[in-house]
Design a protein around this ligand. Structure first.
Ligand code: COA
Length: 558
């Protein structure tokens, strides 16, 4: 079938559905929801059999849904209607929720239902729920809906329901003098990603994001107790919570210590035991050990890795490499493994060009530390979505094991034609060939976990269920294998041989020369693209590689 996606953005859910439907032989094209006339034009150009709206913020025009079946992916159970569906489900403390695929009609979310799927609410953070459980349920429901539509004999049913209101900031407001920590966490979690909870810090209005529990620190309700690295701890009536990110009014979302430099005057509260904490607290880098394996997690918000975070992670990695273990597993965070350099902290820097340069060097230093590690076998366990430099940073490990369902975006070009670094020019060609490396970089489209392994880019695609357990078992087997010392010796020999042919510094030098041009050169594309990305500017057009119906060459080839 020819399926047109009309979507607010090509977000991870839309990317996943795009890949799943393409793999099943459907022909897809994408148009961003810019205006009714643009959607009408896309329908006229592409002449689809079906329109799917994976992520919409406004209604599909009647001129379209009255002519063409339009499936809307609604993040709610059958009968649920209206905005803020996930926010209400989280704030009400529901254990289970769902995704419904319904046909667009005049009344929002009230059309006949083609399919639905339910999921347990395993995490309370809205953005995390959306990227994981909602996405998996949406894949099941959309595939079923498309099959039913194709069969031609399914009659979608209407379900009675009632629309809930848009959740307002007054519904989300935190009363620091009376709300217990669990309620504060629920309110912040229900707003995570977007829009955050409107609050104040140092008398200035802002939105708060990225809440973490705290079990030992206390203070007067509402008091800012302390900070740790980039987060602050604020007392509630019965304990405290950590806040990692804030967005001042008119500004961009930043680590809270950067958004509010006043927080740097708060007392620093380091973790009691280097990288380890026995109780729940804010901790963006965490280390644990089991079965001869060291597991290094880095829960960096949105997978973005600032200069300071890259430096600290390198420090943690080098420390882990001194432990009496044989394998280090780089686990990333629960939602993202890494999305490369931190575009928000770069945007907020006095000189974004200088900060871009510092950040790319810091992430390269980290990649180099992994590449030069002689004492351990290294594994990147990619359990969360990964983009741009993060995809190549993972490849610096000896093995990359990726969870089925993860979306990868191993290319830089979408960010103003960045050349990219992280040693991709060294790491990619031996795995996928020179032409393969160029194709990956040019492709600009998402890649599934299984595709990455089929291409030879990553090493193994492990089932989504039980990924962490599977990784731990495999890593323990690697650590206890009889030939682990021979493997380490072979790894050292290979690195020396490669170094003799062309030193790592030479690869890095060539990549960074190009990046220097991106950061400091005449063409401002990267700075413009970054500005729009961090400002979440609405799209004003759909890139040609997505809107294939606008590509004359593609149309001719059909
Ligand atoms: N720096 C800062 N923030 C980043 C980021 C980065 N490198 N990558 C993602 N984010 C943020 C987004 O701004 C968004 O923020 P929000 O909390 O305000 O919603 C959040 O992470 C989720 O990103 P989103 O684009 O909505 O997620 P997605 O899963 O739909 O798409 C990517 C994932 C990786 C395709 C997309 O985020 C992207 O292109 N990131 C930029 C990667 C990049 O170019 N890095 C620099 C070169 S190394």
């Amino acid at each position: 079938m020819k399926i047109l996606f009309v979507t607010h953005s090509f977000n991870s859910l839309a990317q996943r559905l795009f890949c799943e439907l393409t793999q099943r032989g459907h022909v897809l094209s994408i148009e961003f929801d810019i205006s009714d006339s643009v959607t009408e034009e896309a329908v006229a150009l592409f002449e689809p059999d079906l329109l799917i709206a994976p992520f919409l913020k406004r209604a599909i025009p009647e001129s379209v849904w009255s002519q063409l079946p339009c499936f809307v992916v609604h993040p709610g159970i059958p009968g649920d209607r209206g905005p803020s569906a996930l926010d209400w489900a989280i704030l009400r403390g529901l254990n289970e929720w769902g995704v419904t695929v319904l046909q667009a009609e005049a009344e929002m979310d009230a059309g006949p239902i083609w399919a639905s799927a339910i999921f347990p609410i395993a995490t309370a953070r809205k953005a995390s729920l959306y990227r994981n459980q909602v996405t998996e349920a949406a894949v099941r429901a959309v595939l079923q809906a498309v099959d039913r539509f194709a069969s031609g004999d399914f009659v979608p049913q209407r379900v009675p329901g009632e629309a809930h209101a848009l959740m307002k900031q007054s519904d989300r407001a935190i009363d620091w003098l009376t709300d217990p920590a669990a309620l504060v966490l629920a309110k912040l979690n229900a707003a995570d990603g977007f829009p955050g909870v409107a609050d104040e810090l140092f008398g200035q209005p802002c939105h708060l994001f990225d809440a973490w529990p705290e079990t030992t620190l206390t203070g007067l309700p509402g008091e800012l107790i302390c900070r740790r690295e980039t987060a602050i701890c604020r007392a509630t009536v019965d304990g405290a919570v950590w806040i990692g990110h804030a967005k001042p009014v008119g500004g961009i979302k930043l680590p809270v210590t950067m958004a509010f430099p006043e927080t740097l005057l708060l007392p620093e509260q380091p973790l009691a035991d280097y990288w380890r904490s026995p109780t729940a607290t804010w901790q963006d880098i965490a280390y644990e050990e089991a079965g001869g394996v060291g597991f290094l997690s880095f829960e960096f918000y949105n997978g973005a890795m600032s200069t300071a975070q890259c430096c600290r992670l390198k420090e943690a990695f080098l420390w882990a490499a001194k432990r009496p273990t044989k394998v280090i597993v780089l686990r990333g965070g629960s939602d993202f493994w890494s999305n490369g350099i931190h575009l928000n902290t770069i945007e907020a820097a006095e000189s974004p060009a200088d900060e871009s340069w510092a950040n790319i060097n810091a992430i390269d230093d980290l990649a180099e530390a992994i590449l030069r590690c002689e004492t351990h076998m290294t594994v990147a366990a990619v359990g969360g979505n990964t983009g741009a430099g993060g995809c190549f940073l993972a490849r610096a490990a000896d093995f990359v094991w990726v969870r089925d369902g993860v979306m990868l975006n191993p290319h830089y070009k979408n960010m103003g034609n960045l050349f990219g670094s992280e040693f991709w020019t060294y790491l990619l060609p031996p795995r996928v060939g020179e032409d393969g490396a160029k194709a990956i970089m040019r492709h600009r489209l998402p890649m599934t976990a299984s595709e990455s392994v089929a291409l030879g880019f990553y090493d193994a695609c492990l089932p989504g269920q039980g990924f962490a357990v599977d990784v731990a078992r495999r890593a323990a087997e690697l650590a206890s294998a009889r030939d682990v010392d021979q493997r380490l010796a072979a790894k050292r020999a290979k690195r020396q041989a490669d170094e003799a042919i062309k030193p790592l510094a030479a690869y890095r030098g060539v990549e960074l020369q190009e990046m220097r041009r991106n950061f400091y050169g005449f063409d401002p594309s990267y700075h413009v693209a970054r500005y729009h990305f961090v400002s979440r500017s609405p799209h004003s057009w759909t890139p040609r590689h997505l809107a294939r119906h606008r590509d004359i060459d593609w149309k001719v080839s059909q």
